[in-house]
Design a protein around this ligand. Sequence first.
Ligand code: BTN
Length: 257
Amino acid sequence: MKFICMVNILNTHRYKITYFKKLDSTNSYALKNISLLSDRDVILADIQTAGRGRFNRNWISDTENNLYMSIVLKPSQKTDNKYPMANLTQYISVALCNILENYGVKAEIKWPNDVFVNNKKIAGILAQSSIQGEDLKGFVLGLGVNLNLKQEKVDQIDQPATSLNLVLGQSIDKNLFTEKILNEFFKNYEKFLKNGFSYIKKDYLSRSNFIGKKITVCSSQSKIKGTAKEIKEDGTLILLTENNQEKIIAVGDIFYL
Ligand code: BTN
């Protein structure tokens, strides 16, 4: 069952939320319906039956009052940005850190976009694009935030994880949190589109917890060990490998050694 619940026309952010009680995945819905959806359409679901994470992992989505959301983006202007999707995920990770800090919680980013609180993952971001032929139909930026998970649920997650209610010791108003993150996201979105990753680099680095650490970078093709040296102006990671070579990493997941 679908409800169009809010058209935010009172401010310059102009996003439209379509809300579902249940979906397989807000990202899948947005990708399937990309031609019918507009720039800044937001898909929300109370529950996802097939929530997906990066590298085709499962994303636990059977708890209401948790945030499962996808933002449809169809930027009109052409940019020379080489990594628009990766940079969008980095942009929303910074927006999310800002909101968590509003709640009095210190948040950290693990490259490229995982948001951690107390060294435990609190949110996941999955960006996908829809391309038909040569045409880019749009991006879908999915965000899942653990807002109100019970400890038993958190314990089922296959990596150290947490939920905002557990950190703060009180339940979290999902609607308020959703409004805050969307307003934060769209507040500087135009400037970010114009300037790319360099617009957020300082804020991204001030939350980063991986620079100087020994890591393994895993992608679908490879695993490389080294030290996280630096983030470039385009958001890619410079890894100093064990043979002292610099490798530029654009896609992957990092694990601390
Ligand atoms: C990850 O860290 O692996 C990314 C998880 C992304 C989960 C969100 S929940 C809303 C949207 N719909 C999905 O199926 N996935 C994303």
